[in-house]
Design a protein around this ligand. Sequence first.
Ligand SMILES: [Zn+2]
Length: 202
Amino acid sequence: MVEIESIIARGFSSNVFIVKGEKNFIVDTGLGDEMIDGIRGDVDCILLTHRHFDHTGNLEKMMELLDVPAYAYHLEAEALRKADDRTILSSSFGTRMPEIDVKDLNDNTFGGFEVIHTPGHTDGSICLYHRDEKILISGDTVFPGGGVGRTDLPTGDMVKLIDSVKRLKEYDVESIYSGHGYVVEEDGSRHIDLSLRNISYL
Ligand SMILES: [Zn+2]
């Protein structure tokens, strides 16, 4: 049984999810205090879908608040350890990222979810899939209603994004928790089909 509490963002922040199941973890930290206010208690760690500042701007604060480690795919973790402002996009937000000790995600499963490497929006973006519950946590790879993440930012790549969305199509998805926008509660695979149709057309 997996329960996901969603903190849906307004403005520039990403959404934040509190996942409770085999492991209790937070997906992405968002940006701004209002994304932290509802967060407390019993969490084992933070998992980042990718390095972008709208998903990681609260990372240092949240790690301190909860006293937990953070994980990301190794390419993203490395950028965050180096505080690579150019690819994190912190400079676009008019600020600098501190160097943060984010650990490499070494396994292809995480708390009962399969970790799917889905490069395209950034080169180390990931999605998480829960097979029994048919849940996809999609970061900025796909959005509800047939959207996809931008590929014109540093380390972005449209060809890779198309491949990644094709791979997501192979999963039987009911609900989608994406980095921006609303939560899809049913028929998630149809939204992924739409995303693929939209980019294949470009
Ligand atoms: Zn992003």
